[in-house]
Write a protein that binds this ligand. Structure first.
Ligand code: FAD
Length: 281
């Protein structure tokens, strides 16, 4: 692989909570920008818990002329609040949003009304037409709350039918899961790009905790390998870089349209993996 010409790269951040975190993130962004991503994206805490932080950093990116897509979910917000927030983004020059249902924040109980992502996509299209590119989430290993494989694919189709342009997947380490999913989506009549989400491996315990929560499978042989490294972070890192670089290579060689990296707000290892793939000039 030698060029990014037809491959789309995007890099996800979570919003910084402090001035120090913000300064660090902008330095990380400037390094990753050298890899020429199509856009960065910034996550959003369900229930608006990161509203100001997400909005603040997204606006800074736009002021600096950097393509950025805020993640967005209704959470507990009403339509007027959502409309005002989306309009504020558009006024700031944002032209892409990652539209999500999000998860129920703990402690909100039954009072909390979830708005499914297909409804959010329809809401944005109804009120803002085609001013925004809309990305949605997809789950090659199936969303943990889904009642069946087919229903989850069906709800992804509903997001596209409502007007989404493309999807970013939950991370996974089995390329077969992604390619099987793409086939099933194709059979269901989905003809829009589905970009694999790539989670570099930085820390074994965090990865296991994260994966258990979001329903991403860590194949047994990878668990066993990582477990054996114990606290030897250098070995975890080296193994993770090789493994994820190979995963990306397999994905791209077999037709994935690009890659969406969960950067964890770090330059490394995303930059190393992209360089391993030969995707830089
Ligand atoms: P939906 O597509 O609405 O699906 C949620 C569940 O309901 C699924 O089980 C689906 O099968 C089912 N379903 C879907 N539509 C319907 C319907 N109309 N009727 C009945 N059932 C339905 N979380 C955050 O809090 N902040 C973030 O910034 C964030 N960013 C993410 C980025 C990516 C790329 C991904 C993959 C996930 C992200 N998440 C984030 C996590 C996400 O919010 C959770 O996985 C959440 O549980 C589902 O969101 P969704 O948009 O996929 O939901």
């Amino acid at each position: 692989m030698s060029s990014t010409d037809n491959l789309r790269l995007s890099f996800e951040f979570f919003p910084p909570k402090s001035d120090e975190g913000r300064t660090k993130l902008l330095a990380v962004r400037d390094e990753l920008q050298k890899l020429q991503p199509e856009f960065f994206s910034v996550t959003y805490g369900a229930g608006g818990s990161t509203r100001d932080n997400t909005k603040g950093i997204v606006k800074t990116f736009k002021q600096d002329g950097i393509a950025v897509a805020p993640h967005l979910s209704f959470g507990g917000d009403d339509e007027a609040t959502m409309k005002a927030l989306i309009q504020e983004y558009i006024d700031a020059g944002v032209d892409r949003i990652v539209a999500l249902r999000g998860d129920m924040p703990s402690g909100m109980g039954g009072a909390y009304q979830m708005v499914y992502a297909n409804q959010l996509v329809a809401f944005i299209r109804e009120h803002f037409g085609d001013q925004l590119q809309l990305e949605v989430a997809a789950y090659p290993e199936i969303h943990p709350e889904a009642t069946s494989y087919d229903s989850d694919v069906g709800f992804l189709k509903a997001k596209f039918d409502a007007g989404a342009n493309s999807a970013l997947t939950q991370y996974f380490y089995s390329p077969d899961a992604y390619f099987y999913f793409i086939d099933q989506c194709d059979k269901a009549g989905i003809d829009k790009p589905i970009y694999p989400g790539i989670m570099p491996i930085l820390n074994y315990r965090n990865l296991i905790r994260f994966s258990d929560n979001c329903g991403a499978d860590i194949p047994r042989w990878i668990r066993k390998r990582l477990e054996a490294f114990g606290d030897d972070q250098e070995s975890v890192k080296a193994f993770g870089l090789d493994l994820v670089s190979e995963l990306c290579e397999t994905l791209l060689d077999n037709g994935a349209p690009g890659l969406h990296f969960y950067t964890m707000n770090q330059v490394e290892p995303t930059a190393t993996i992209v360089k391993n793939l030969g995707l830089t000039d």
